[in-house]
Design a protein around this ligand. Structure first.
Ligand SMILES: [Zn+2]
Length: 689
């Protein structure tokens, strides 16, 4: 479970979240300021009425969202710094004339191939053609099954980076086995949609109905650009097939329920349980004919989608394959494709007026394809040993605070406590960068072939992933690159990653007082530690195995406390016609609440009974909470916010901030009184950890 949602491939249509937080500089904030930023606050607002605006009101008023961004905030500012640093590295490497076959040469060639716009224009449809012809040549459903299998990619990740979306009919994830945590196995997930989620096809709201009409026009436009005949008829077929697939899909609430997902199927079970698709041909296409065990995340979706392969016409499936291919590679085809894609997925779907400059998209592609190759150099240059040391100390303090909180729980039985403590004891915390790096030596990158580079990378990555099936789990393996502004909890490894790029100001500032560092990065560290004990994390034991280690009474208490938290978030309405989904965001909301509570304890611990220096009249404890609120500073466009509410496991920033209303000390620090908007009577405040 990560701090924010990201996806792996920036060229893919449905991965606008890559852009969502990769936005522009923190406007107007003082670079020499090392504490809370008073100039960003609106002190005319009562903290008890709207703590988010109290912390960020002046900033929200004066900040404009740049035309090429869906949102702007602290995360985007840091992502900008990281992108700029990464771009500088790449440019330096591109000039260095690195030896053929070296990692640096791959970085340079990949970047140059993406930037070669005139080469891309002059090639026109040439790179696309053989692939479209292969789809056109599919003669029957058996061949279709083979081609669908060949399209399987390692492009989903339901637990670590929380990405449930693939436009291929199914997606693959290689991870430790739910039922044998020492070895990697194959998880298969539902797929087949180009829009972000089933809601976009099924919701009856006017907003969504309009979007669907625009989407069908967009499909037609893409098919026309690719030179296919009867684009309108084909677009209608594609849309109807996707709509039928959406009806079979699980929603995000169910997707996140580990117990519903743990369905071991043998290879032979597929034909018996989910008839329709020729599974033998499918697994042959996917190079998985010898694999006997799988875990099927959403069985009823597999049954439904497989039946659709039989019931829907071959034409519809071929049109869907053609359209998905064109959409996925639209970003590296002539400009007309990229512009049409952006017009729909950027402007219409996310409300972003302008496309980002090409060099920024190029950096994103290099990060997605050769992330560790860049990360090696990035970590060396931008992450000094002192930063690592200080972050390690904060982590140790926050984990210690968690230990104490668990000890102090009155409702929890000693046996449950012992396993919870064991989980903390065995937690692996990676800081800055991984201990081992991904190996790209088998990946061929050419300086004038961006289409081929991305095609080869997808296949290379897929084969690298499936080669791990059955091997021993490496619990120290990372799932993020050092230049990523994010953090992650890996429940099956019982591990955390804090990449170098998030460990910098304003989250983490070596010159800032402890109050501010603990309120900002401390709460983030606490958030990731808390995922160990959220609604998902708590279903895994200290070895990462899926096992119930709770006494029935403890589990009941936990579930009723978390249900209270879900209800609290259900009551928030960012729009009159759209409320937050307390269940969809529950794991993240538990992590936020547990995180801030543990970080606060750890901060108070650092004071050792002394009082902290004031800033602008604020006590240390007040600074802690304001720093927390300011770490969530974010301004977002309406379309992007709607999308986040519907498809993201994370609550919008404002509501993440308002969780302070569950913490007793916050009431004391800001004299919050009954009758104020955020006020909760003590019995209504949710306490979980
Ligand atoms: Zn999280």
């Amino acid at each position: 479970m990560n701090l924010f949602s990201f996806s792996r491939f920036p060229q893919a249509a449905a991965t606008i979240f890559v852009l969502l937080f990769a936005a522009s500089a923190q406007q107007g904030s003082d670079k020499d300021n090392h504490g809370i930023v008073s100039a960003d606050m609106d002190r005319s607002i009562k903290p008890g009425n709207n703590f988010y605006e109290y912390c960020n009101g002046a900033w929200l008023k004066r900040t404009q969202i740049p035309a090429d961004r869906p949102a702007v905030g602290v995360f985007s500012a840091l992502a900008d710094i990281s992108n700029k640093n990464t771009a500088a590295l790449i440019e330096e490497i591109a000039k260095s004339n690195a030896a053929a076959g070296s990692g640096n040469r791959k970085i340079a060639d990949l970047y140059n191939s993406y930037m070669d716009e005139s080469g891309i224009e002059s090639k026109g449809l040439t790179p696309l053609k053989p692939h479209l012809q292969a789809i056109a040549a599919i003669g029957d459903k058996k061949q279709l099954a083979q081609v669908l299998g060949e399209g399987l990619r390692a492009d989903v990740d339901p637990l670590n980076n929380t990405n449930f979306h693939t436009d291929n009919i199914f997606g693959l994830w290689i991870a430790p086995d739910f039922n044998d945590s020492e070895h990697y196995t194959v998880y298969l997930l539902q797929g087949g949609l180009e829009l972000p989620d089933r809601e976009y096809y099924l919701s009856n709201s006017e907003h969504m109905r309009t979007l669907r009409t625009q989407y069908q026009a967009h499909i037609s436009a893409m098919l026309k650009l690719a030179g296919l005949s009867d684009p309108d008829t084909r677009a209608k077929r594609v849309f109807e097939l996707e709509h039928a697939i959406a009806e079979k899909h699980w929603n995000l609430d169910d997707d996140q329920d580990i117990h519903k997902a743990n369905n071991p199927w043998k290879r032979s079970d597929f034909s018996a349980k989910a008839p329709g698709l020729d599974w033998e041909a499918y697994f042959a296409g996917a190079a998985l004919s010898h694999q006997s065990n799988f875990i099927v995340w959403q069985p009823s979706a597999f049954i439904g989608e497989s039946a659709l392969v039989a019931s829907e016409s071959l034409e519809s499936w071929k049109d869907l394959l053609s359209y998905h291919l064109i959409e996925n590679y639209g970003g590296v085809l002539p400009k007309a494709f990229a512009d049409e894609r952006f017009a729909f997925f950027g402007k219409t779907l996310s409300g972003i007026p302008e496309q980002r400059p090409r060099w920024q998209r190029g950096v994103a592609v290099v990060n997605a394809v050769l992330g560790d190759e860049v990360g090696k150099i990035y970590a060396q240059r931008y992450f000094p040993p002192e930063a690592k040391e200080r972050a390690q100390k904060m982590v140790a303090n926050i984990v210690a605070a968690f230990h104490k909180r668990i000890d102090a729980l009155t409702w929890m039985a000693p046996a449950t406590k012992a396993e919870a403590q064991a989980k903390l004891d065995t937690l692996y915390v990676g800081i800055g960068y991984p201990e081992t790096w991904h190996d790209y030596s088998g990946l061929e990158i050419k300086s004038n072939d961006i289409f081929g580079n991305l095609w080869r990378e997808e296949t290379f990555h897929y084969h690298q992933e499936i080669s791990r099936i059955g091997k021993d789990v490496d619990r120290h393996e990372w799932s993020m690159t050092p230049q990523t502004v994010n953090a992650v909890n890996l429940p099956l490894q019982n591990a955390l990653n804090f990449p170098a790029a998030i460990l910098q100001p304003p989250f983490f500032d070596k010159d800032a007082p402890d109050a501010v560092n603990y309120g900002a990065i401390g709460s983030i560290i606490g958030h990731e530690v808390s995922h160990t004990f959220d609604s998902e994390g708590s279903t895994f034991d200290s070895k990462g195995a899926l096992r119930n280690w709770w006494t029935p009474a403890d589990l009941e208490h936990f579930q009723s406390a978390t249900a209270k938290l879900a209800a609290q978030y259900d009551s928030y309405h960012p729009f009159p016609d759209l409320a937050l989904r307390g269940k969809q965001t529950l794991g993240e909301n538990i992590a936020d609440l547990g995180g801030i509570a543990a970080a606060y304890d750890a901060y108070i611990g650092t004071l050792q009974g002394k009082s902290a220096p004031e800033q602008d009249g604020f006590s240390g404890s007040q600074q802690f909470f304001i720093a927390y609120g300011q770490a969530h500073k974010n301004k977002i466009r309406e379309a992007a916010l709607r999308r986040q509410v519907m498809t993201d496991e994370h609550s919008p920033s404002e509501y993440r901030t308002e969780t302070v209303r569950n913490i007793d000390d916050w009431y004391k620090d800001f004299q919050v009184q009954p009758g104020e908007t955020l006020y909760l009577s003590p019995d209504k405040r949710v306490r979980i950890w």
